[in-house]
Design a protein around this ligand. Structure first.
Ligand code: ADP
Length: 247
């Protein structure tokens, strides 16, 4: 029986492509899970030395030095924990609190400026949100530090948007190529040219930020500003006491 040429070659070709594709996908999956495993291992290995360091720091006599040291170590511990919990695909198991948006942002921006980061806060209307403060600080800090590192400085603002607060972080850098705007949220993804920067990043910052923000019922999106630079928009639901009464 004669079979037309194409239908015969078709399935053959398809089988070959499918096999090749499956093989590639397998390699990619192994590659990604190996990196996740390494990250978890690294986080795990950093835990004990940090605990030891903290015990030492807590023994420092001078109050001011001790508090400063403990605060720094605490932050490193938070980073390790968030890296670990990210690797496990979880958000830090932390208690939810009601915080005032102006105070929260003022403190965060001041902390970043204290260590030399060029971050400024615009006017913020009084609003409250229900958040896990440590996790949310980490998320916003990642975004603000990116604006400083890649965009030369961060301008932070917050405004009310219906029953949400919209927090914006903008900079005056070169922004992100259009095709990469969504991809940079994937773990370990960095835009090609930033790999050459001396300040090496992990490519985890935005993935952690999105994980944390979405776990709060919010979202984070990126766009390039017409006048240049990146605009990051973060939406978070307002605390119930600030919501408009439902009619
Ligand atoms: P990291 O900063 O560790 O590389 P992120 O996930 O925070 O990881 O960011 C991913 C990539 O997105 C960065 O490597 C950089 O290429 C790009 N990026 C993030 N923020 C900005 C920004 N404000 N301006 C330009 N590029 C940015």
């Amino acid at each position: 029986e004669t079979v037309p040429e194409l239908p015969v070659q078709g399935p053959e070709e398809l089988r070959r492509l499918t096999t090749a594709f499956n093989e590639m996908q397998g390699r990619l999956t192994r590659f990604v899970s190996e990196r996740t495993r390494l990250l978890a291992a690294l986080g795990h290995d950093l835990r004990s030395p940090l605990t030891a360091l903290r015990v030492r720091a807590e023994m420092v006599d001078d109050d001011e030095t001790r508090e400063r040291l403990v605060a720094i170590i605490e932050e490193m511990q938070e980073m390790v924990e968030s890296t670990l919990s990210f690797a496990r695909g979880m958000v830090t198991a932390e208690e939810t609190r009601t915080v005032g948006v102006p105070d929260f942002l003022t403190e965060l921006v001041a902390d970043i400026s204290d260590v030399g980061g060029d971050a400024t806060l615009q006017d913020v209307a009084p609003m409250r949100v229900r958040i896990k403060p440590v996790a949310m600080r980490r998320a916003l800090r990642n975004v603000i530090e990116n604006a400083i590192r890649y965009g030369g400085g961060a301008s932070v603002a917050a405004m009310r948007d219906g029953n949400n607060v919209m927090i914006t972080v903008s900079d005056h850098g070169t922004g992100i190529p259009h095709d990469d705007l969504e991809r940079v949220f994937d773990p370990f993804v960095r835009v090609e040219k930033s790999r050459n920067l001396e300040t090496g990043g992990t490519g985890l910052g935005l993935s952690i930020a999105r994980t944390v923000i979405q776990a709060h019922g919010g979202d984070i999106t990126l766009s390039n500003r017409p006048e240049g630079g990146l605009l990051v928009e973060i939406i978070l639901p307002l605390g119930s006491e600030d919501m408009e009464p439902q009619s």
